[in-house]
Design a protein around this ligand. Structure first.
Ligand code: ZN
Length: 92
């Protein structure tokens, strides 16, 4: 349905919150470092990354779905306070 023919140039990721696919650049990369979710807007931190839209709605959804432990294959709970602050700070 939605034209995918030109999508190759930009990699897509799935938002952990709303589960919609979006261009990687439209999502916020989040990595888990010692049980804490750390925002990685530049995509430079090592480790397994998870992606959410830069909105609290999607972050909350992801937390409620326990999507982070699943994404990181860890036990959690993962502290998302830093990510929340980052989004609240108007990074989007
Ligand atoms: Zn989303």
């Amino acid at each position: 349905m939605s034209g995918r023919t030109h999508a190759r140039a930009c990699p897509e990721r799935t938002c952990l919150g709303c589960r919609e696919r979006a261009a990687k650049g439209d999502l916020l990369r989040i990595v888990a470092i010692e049980g804490e979710c750390v925002p990685d807007p530049r995509g430079t931190l090592p480790g397994r990354g998870a992606y959410v839209h830069r909105t609290l709605v999607c972050l909350d959804l992801a937390v409620r779905r326990r999507a982070f432990p699943r994404a990181y294959r860890g036990r959690g709970p993962f502290d998302t306070a830093d990510v929340r602050r980052f989004i609240e700070g108007g990074a989007g």
